[in-house]
Ligand binder design. Sequence first.
Ligand code: NAD
Ligand code: GLY
Length: 366
Amino acid sequence: MHPLFTLSLDLGPRGYEIVIGENLLGRVGSLVKPLAPGQQVAIVTSTTVAPLYLAPVATALGEAGFTVLPIILPDGEEYKEWPTLQMIFDALIENRFERSALLVALGGGVIGDMTGFAASAFMRGVPFVQIPTTLLAQVDASVGGKTGINHPLGKNLIGAFYQPRLVLIDVATLKTLPKREVLAGMAEVVKYGILRDADLFARIESNVEALLRVDPEVLIPIIRHCCAIKAEIVAADEREGGQRALLNLGHTFGHAVETVTRYKTFLHGEAVAIGMVLAADLSERCGIAPTATTQRVRALLERLGLPVQTPRLPVADYLDAMAHDKKVQDGRTRLILLEEIGRAVIRDTIDTKQVAATLTANMATK
Ligand code: NAD
Ligand code: GLY
């Protein structure tokens, strides 16, 4: 049997374990059993993930004595909205699910966010378990209890902080993940190194080829390291009153890139890669980070096959998008900048002229 690695997110009675390993979907029954208040389990998944992984998860839960209801949702960010959430509630209510039910999210961040939100509201709250099947969801979305859906006027505007009872990360599921999605997840992996841990950053630099092969020997300890950083930050600041905002490194610029390109050009992780280069450049430009920081960040992201140049569009459009970001507080855009690789800081006093200069300096030539 493959070894399991476990770490804890310490939130007192709402704390939970993050279990990481390879080929562990068949063990989900025994892992979930002690956490389930009753017999009913709904597996919420998507039309893409269901044919790949629903059967082993449903079988393992059935063998552990659960009554299993699969809920298969349409796939894609555009379905992270009220009518799809309603499909979860419809299925639970039509199948007479009770307060003792447990929900299992089997899929990427979209499924995890929606299932968590559904769990927070069904019968005023039932437990749920995350089984993330994208790299982005394994290192970020499944950990920390941010759940929710999009509104036509903005992303993730409706939701709840609601922690899972368990996060189960099986790296074998990444074998079927399209390469581009794997790389987008790598941007979030690099993010943890930049914001909190220079050694992790250096380890990623030394293992690019193995990471691109999705080699479990290298990937499992790195995923574990990322989850440990996130767990530590969330345990200290669950509701993002302070340091949890550091996890948004590259995201304010990244959201601006997504907005000006109308969400059509880049995956989220790709936009975050561009955003991290911009954050590093701005940090250097303002004299916060030493010179060559941006060069090192850019070089690693490029080796990982991620985009690093800002699309050539009017700077004013980027500034406008940044002004509308969710992270704006009292009219000031809060930016996550770097003092050095491994140490991020929150700043809300950066001159817009410097931001404009950073955008101009990093634009693609065409
Ligand atoms: P996603 O859930 O859309 O998954 C990407 C694609 O990969 C989908 O088509 C999905 O069906 C497919 N897929 C998933 N697992 C697969 C597998 N193993 N093999 C083959 N295909 C597979 O996208 P994502 O990048 O996982 O998550 C993005 C979402 O996560 C966004 O909605 C974002 O807002 C949210 N998010 C939430 C948090 C949080 O803290 N809650 C953090 C970051 C992102
Ligand atoms: N993805 C950022 C957070 O969980 O806070």
